[in-house]
Design a protein around this ligand. Structure first.
Ligand SMILES: [Zn+2]
Length: 462
């Protein structure tokens, strides 16, 4: 795992709740168990067809209403929420993912000049820190960091060459063909935005600035796509429903305020429409309506872990920690593979202030960290657990881990040093405190590296 992965993964917890304080144009990386699950279902077969190990490819969701998707710093795929919300069919989203995977397979992103690489690393970390600071209860610091995150756009200033674009197109079509899927999505996606070809460079969506669109490109794609599609299987109903639910969730949480009403009029009684309305009610702090609408969803689909998650989130965020435990517990039972759901439950249990519940939260956080060792928010909550149990050395160590995961090396050093003073060196925790001290020691940081994240690159084996 590279530094980019470590930092971005550090943003954890109920991510879409995190997104709420921001305006629709704010950027940030978001985490969401349901959306990540769906994107994995869509992308992993394509990664495999490209000869990549899905576990080695990181998928990041960027909260940004503009249209964009790109690969950076190796096997890292970034998808803007704006792009996910604009795709009309699973084929379109899969087509875009297949094309981006083509850039990875073709090694296009790694051949960029070093300056580009440096810019992307810095910006990503900025995003991660901003989001985390918000979690840690320092929204001012978070906003300041987000304010300086304009560099994030730097990553897409570069343009692929026409040769790289057509090579990524061909790779992408190969991957769709290998997985037996229709290849019409990519040309159809470009058709919707064909007018961008006629616009001046600066007015185009970022996606079409970095991936130049042209009539030649669309017609070349369309021809070969048709022959692949002729042999393909149609997308399953489940796949189609997944995109609809993911879009409804994004529109509800981060779309422009009036979007839910315009996209999902009251007459629309579909599950996605109900989902979007439940989330919109929550966002508007109409807790009663949000709970009623969410309960309707649960009654219709009692084994959906994400409906339970939403119910738990609504209750927790409205100050009802005890009531939020049940739905969060059910979400973990329904989808035990998601670290984020375990962290939600742990947070609710901690909120009840009961000793037994805090003990249970400890176990959940340790499980979550086994799945995502770089989940800084889980470390943050574990520090809260230890502090409330009077285990100050362990709490300091967990705080050091949290700081280390977000690249705040000076803070990591201070807390690791405090932890080492309190813990026995011949215990695993004492050893770990000693390790973090060494890793975060200013003397061990490379010269000229930016303070704050230099050390995260030193040890990627956690
Ligand atoms: Zn491209």
């Amino acid at each position: 795992m590279g530094v980019v992965n470590r930092i971005a993964r550090a943003i954890a917890g109920p991510a879409l709740a995190l997104a709420m304080p921001f305006t629709a144009s704010a950027q940030g990386l978001i985490r969401d168990a349901e959306i990540e699950h769906i994107l994995r279902d869509y992308a992993d077969p394509l990664f495999e067809a490209a000869g990549l190990k899905p576990a080695d490819v990181n998928i990041y969701i960027v909260q940004d209403n503009t249209l964009n998707a790109f690969v950076a710093a190796g096997q890292n795929l970034f998808l803007h929420t704006g792009l996910i919300m604009e795709t009309k069919t699973p084929e379109e989203l899969k087509g875009v993912i297949a094309h981006e995977t083509g850039h990875i397979a073709g090694g296009h992103n790694v051949t960029r000049d070093a300056a580009m690489g440096a810019a992307s690393g810095t910006s990503l970390i900025t995003m991660g820190l901003g989001a985390l600071a918000l979690f840690a209860g320092a929204p001012d610091a978070a906003m300041a960091l987000f304010g300086s995150a304009g560099q994030f756009g730097m990553m897409t200033i570069f343009k692929f060459t026409r040769a790289e674009e057509s090579s990524a197109d061909q790779y992408g079509l190969d991957f769709l063909e290998k997985t037996g899927q229709s290849a019409d999505g990519l040309p159809s996606f470009m058709e919707h935005f064909r007018y961008e070809e006629l616009m001046s460079e600066s007015r185009r969506d970022p996606y079409f600035r970095s991936h130049p669109i042209s009539s030649d490109r669309i017609s070349a794609l369309t021809r070969r796509a048709a022959s692949i599609t002729a042999k393909s299987k149609p997308q399953s109903q489940e796949t189609i429903d997944q995109l609809a639910m993911m879009k409804a969730k994004l529109v509800g949480f981060i779309g422009p305020a009036n979007r839910v009403a315009s996209r999902y009029p009251a007459s629309d009684q579909s599950m996605p429409a109900k989902y979007a309305r439940a989330i919109a009610a929550y966002r508007a702090v109409d807790i009663k309506a949000a709970l009623r609408l969410t309960q309707e969803l649960i009654d219709a689909e009692p084994t959906n872990p994400y409906f339970e998650e939403l119910k738990g989130q609504i209750l927790f965020e409205s100050g009802k920690s005890t009531e939020s435990v049940g739905p969060h517990r059910r979400s973990v039972e329904l989808a035990p593979q998601h670290a984020l759901l375990k962290v939600n439950l742990a947070r609710s249990l901690i909120g009840t202030k009961s000793e037994d519940n805090i003990k249970e939260a400890e176990g959940l956080l340790i499980d979550a960290l086994a799945l995502e060792p770089d989940n800084a928010f889980a470390w943050n909550q574990l520090a809260v657990v230890y502090a409330s149990q009077g285990r100050i050395g362990d709490a300091d160590l967990a705080t050091a881990e949290e700081a280390y995961q977000v690249g705040n090396m000076s803070r990591a050093h201070v807390f690791a040093s405090r932890a080492r003073d309190k813990l026995k060196l011949d215990t695993p925790n004492g050893q770990r405190a000693d390790d973090i001290m060494a890793l975060s020691d200013p003397r061990n940081r490379p010269r000229g590296a930016r303070p704050g994240f230099a050390g995260t690159a030193l040890n990627t084996q956690h």
